[in-house]
Write a protein that binds this ligand. Sequence first.
Ligand SMILES: Cc1cc2nc3c(=O)[nH]c(=O)nc-3n(C[C@H](O)[C@H](O)[C@H](O)COP(=O)(O)OP(=O)(O)OC[C@H]3O[C@@H](n4cnc5c(N)ncnc54)[C@H](O)[C@@H]3O)c2cc1C
Length: 463
Amino acid sequence: MRPDILWFRDDLRLTDNPVLDAAAAASSLLCVYVLEERLLAPLAPGMSERRIGPARLHFLWQSLCELRGELLKRGSDLLVRVGDPAAVLTDLASESEARRLWVQCPVASDEASDIARLEQRLQADTYIRTGENVTLFKASALPFPLSELPETYSAFRRQVEKHCAFEDLVSSPITLPPWPEKMVRGMPPLEKVCPRATVWRPDPRGQFCFEGGEAAGMARLNAYLWDKEGGSHYKQTRNGLLGADFSTRLSAWLARGCLSPRQVQAQVRRWEAEYGVSESSYWIVFELLWREYFHWAARQEGAGLFAERNLPTPGGAFHAWRRGETGLPFVDAAMIELATTGWISNRARQNVASFLVKDLGEDWRLGAAWFEHCLIDYDVASNWGNWRYVAGVGRDPRNRYFNVLKQARQYDEEGRYVAHWLPALASLPPGAVRHHPWHGEPARFSPPLVMPDAWQPYLIDAD
Ligand SMILES: Cc1cc2nc3c(=O)[nH]c(=O)nc-3n(C[C@H](O)[C@H](O)[C@H](O)COP(=O)(O)OP(=O)(O)OC[C@H]3O[C@@H](n4cnc5c(N)ncnc54)[C@H](O)[C@@H]3O)c2cc1C
C-alpha cells in the first residue's frame, strides 16, 4: 500500500489538528517537518543575523522534540529536514511512492509558493490535500468571501462575532499509522543548525521562560486562566510591561501551532462556564480575533503583505534602534528586552515600531525583519500585518502616531520598566525624569537621536 505524507508546518500539535486527523486514516504515514533554508539567510543586506534567530529556533526545536515523542508513543515518528520544502518533499514523495500529501493551508505567500512549486514537481498520481489548521474559523464559515474581507478590524470582528459559530475541537489520535518501510526518520541536532540556539536562554530579567511544545502551551493556558485568574483581570492588566502575568503569553505556542486558537477559545468558554462571562474573558477572545483578522488579511494580500521584498541596507539610526541605543529609555528598554528575551509586550511593540517609522523615518520593513529575527512568537501574518498597521500602509491606512514620551509616562508612570532594563536610570528618582534623563541630568545622559516637537509637553517634570 502506498503511504501518505503529513507535512507539519506551524501546527506542531496532536490535539485539534484536523489535518493530522484526516491523515491518520492512511495505511502508513510519513510525518515530516522542513525548516525552510530561506530562514537561515541574513535578514537584511549587510547584516549577519539570520531571519530566524536563536530564541525562536530554541523554542522550535523543543516543540519538535516534544511532537516527535508524542508521535512515537502512537506508533509513528517524525523526520526533520533543513532545505527547500518543495525539493525535500518531492524527493520524499518519490522515494516513498506517496499517494497523498497532507498540509495546512498556507498562511502567506512564501508558504503558498512552496505548495504551488511542490504541486508542479510531484508525480501526477500524488495528490496534495490542504486543511484549515491555524485559524479559529474555516474559510467556508466566514460570512463573506475572502475577496471581500472587511477593510477594518472592527468591521471584521462585528461580522464574525455575529455569524461564526464555535466548532467542536478534534481529539488527538490514540494510535497512528505505521511508518513507511525503509524510510528514514529522526532530527538533525540543533547544534548543527545553529550552535547559538542550543545554549540560548532568556535574560532572567524578563521573568518568563517560554518552553516549546503542546503540553507546556496547554499548561500555560490553564495556569493563566485559573491559577493566575487572568480570566478576571486580563482587560485591566493587558497593557502591562513588567512581570509574567499581565497578558496571556500564549503567542509563542499559537505561532508554532503547539496550541490552536480554537483550544484557547474553548478553555476561555470553560472558564466562563465556571465563573461567568467577564469583560476580561471576552477581551482575550477579542485579541484572538486580531490574530484571526491578520491571518485572513495575509491570505488575501499574498506577496503584497511584505510590500517590496528587497530590503534597503540599514543605516545608523536603524542599528541604534535595534541595539537599544537611541537615547530614549522607553524604546531602548524594550529593544534590549526584545533582543535578550525574544519577547516584548504589545504596548512596547507598538511604541518601538511607531518610533522607528514615524520618529526616525526608517523603512518599516526593516523593523518587521528585525522582529522576525528576534521574536519567539514570530507569526508571519501577525508580524507583517501589525507593522503595516502601525506604519499606516496597506489596509485601513491612517496616521497611527504613538507619542512615545507620552506613552512612556502613561504606561510606566514611575519609570520602573525603564530602570529595570537600563540600570543607570535606577539612580534617578522614580517618575517622569527617568523617561527624559537628558533633560533632568544633562551631564550624565545624552539627548536622544531625535526630539520630535510632539514631545515638548511631556518634557516637563510632573513630579
Ligand atoms: C509591530 C508588532 C509586531 C507584532 N508581531 C507579532 C508576531 O510576530 N506574532 C504574534 O503572535 N503577535 C505579534 N504582535 C501582536 C501582539 O503584540 C502579540 O500577539 C502579543 O503581544 C503577544 O502576547 P500575549 O500572548 O501575552 O498576548 P495577549 O494580549 O494575551 O493576547 C492573546 C492572544 O491574542 C493575539 N493577539 C493579541 N494582540 C494581537 C495583535 N495586535 N495582532 C495579532 N494577534 C494578537 C495573540 O495570539 C495573543 O497570544 C505584534 C504587534 C505589533 C504591534
